[in-house]
Design a binder for this molecule. Structure first.
Ligand code: KE4
Length: 425
């Protein structure tokens, strides 16, 4: 990994922590990150020529794998005609149509450039629409680096144990209320106390930033009931679950209609895209139709729209979901058996093509359960797998993803590596 080491030494002189996003720095597993030269399908290749089967998939966007030829070809054609105009283009309309068609609750949508922008804009809209201030989020859920949402967040904040973060004035966070995932009582009590001033509840319908934690039966239904009772909006942050757990996302899978949905990752096909959308009467409040301002120079740019549109087209055409789900189920079942055989207590949570191996007895049904995981053993597992050519997330508190490019042979190779790795962790 010499070239990676040299590059990281230089990167640390030029970029904070040597990275452009904290989780990439391998902070919670120790050691230093490798540098990627290229990706193809389910594999990535580092600058020292090592090959890895990739279960991070750029943290979720690459459900088709790296450099899918049809996506690359279409993007190449589009980019040759210009990368951005700041003027409406047909691709924006086609992409909006594809999202509205697929996601049950979205009647109208606005594209932005990241998941963070999507959640920030959706909450501003909820506050503008309801004329209320407070926001309920869940401990361990991560919705991007929006100032007032970096309170007991997941992902990098959880990984690094940042208790919120410096730089966010107390005043900014005072309207953020914290509840516990899968605990409706914790939500009810906040509404009993603050109900009249709660603009919205924002939730990852399946938690993907504290590892993977599924909603218990009745939890999402309960959020829908409580928000309706108090006139607050229910926002599903489907930046990870959108087009991941089904074509219509978690809301289609669990049959719950939120008022607003945030999307990202997969809809960009590997390019920077986010989106928020929902009922027409709510979206009518977004400028220039309504008074709630939100804007973006590169929002809806042709390159990102092209990558997203082609990705959604392939997901529909290939009907990937049943196959991906079966592959992930086999993977989870056989991985659990390997750890059981080795006498190492783990809990495997998965849904569709996202999952997580928690290094704890389990069950893992809440953030508190997840926090019991042995992160040091996870780190040893991470390195034992990496040296065998398997790249899992460099943090216990992230999801693993299987892409359409992952073959059964990739899964078999991974399980074989796991059988060896568990002997040394
Ligand atoms: P971005 O601003 O990073 O595009 O999206 C923020 C976001 C919003 N909502 C959910 C549910 C998310 O998972 C994310 C971002 N996810 C993290 C990893 N789980 C991105 C990786 C990183 O921060 O580098």
């Amino acid at each position: 990994m010499m070239k990676s080491k040299e590059l990281f030494a230089k990167a640390k002189r030029l970029l904070p922590g040597g990275v452009n996003s904290p989780v990439r720095a391998f902070g919670s597993v120790g050691g230093e990150p490798f540098f990627v030269r290229e990706g193809r399908g389910s594999k990535i290749y580092d600058v020292d020529g090592n090959e890895y089967i990739d279960y991070v998939c750029s943290w979720g966007p690459l459900i088709l794998g790296h450099a899918h030829p049809e996506v690359v070809d279409f993007v190449r054609d589009v980019v040759a005609k210009g990368t951005s105009f700041g003027i409406p283009i047909e691709l924006e309309v086609s992409m909006a149509e594809a999202v509205v068609e697929a996601v049950p609750s979205i009647e109208k949508v606005r594209f932005v450039n990241s998941g963070t922008e999507a959640t920030m804009s959706a909450i501003r809209l909820a506050r503008g629409y309801t004329k209320r201030n407070k926001v309920v989020k869940f401990e361990g859920c991560y919705h991007g680096h929006v100032d007032y949402l970096l309170v007991k967040a997941g992902s990098g904040v959880l990984t690094f144990g940042i208790p919120g973060t410096p730089g966010v004035p107390e005043d900014f966070a005072k309207h953020t209320l914290i509840a516990r995932f899968n605990d409706l009582e914790s939500v009810e009590s906040l509404f009993e106390k603050y109900g009249e001033d709660i603009a919205c509840v924002i939730v990852e319908p399946v938690m993907g930033n504290a590892g993977v934690i599924l909603p218990e039966k009745g939890f999402l239904e309960g959020l829908r009931r409580i928000t309706e009772k108090y006139g607050a909006l229910l926002i599903f942050d489907e930046v990870i679950t959108g087009f991941r757990v089904s074509l219509g996302g978690a809301q289609e899978r669990f049959g719950i209609k939120p008022d607003l949905t945030c999307l990202g990752k997969i809809i960009g096909g590997g390019f920077p895209v986010g989106a928020y959308g929902g009922r027409t009467d709510i979206m009518a409040h977004v400028a220039p139709e309504g008074p709630v301002y939100q804007a973006g120079t590169l929002s809806g740019n042709p390159v990102a729209m092209a990558a997203g549109l082609k990705t959604l087209e392939i997901l529909k055409r290939e009907n990937v979901y049943p196959v991906l789900e079966k592959r992930m189920e086999r993977f989870g079942r056989e991985a659990k058996a390997i750890f059981d055989e080795a006498g190492i207590p783990v809990t495997v949570n998965s849904i569709a093509s996202m999952g997580c191996i928690f290094f704890t007895e389990g069950p893992v049904k809440s953030f508190d359960d997840a926090a019991k995981s042995d992160t040091k053993m996870y780190a040893r597992f991470f390195w034992a797998m990496l040296k065998r050519g398997i790249y899992f997330a460099p943090s216990q508190f992230e999801a693993a993803f299987i892409s359409w490019a992952h073959t059964d042979d990739d899964i078999d190779r991974t399980l074989e590596a796991m059988r060896e790795a568990v002997k040394e962790i």
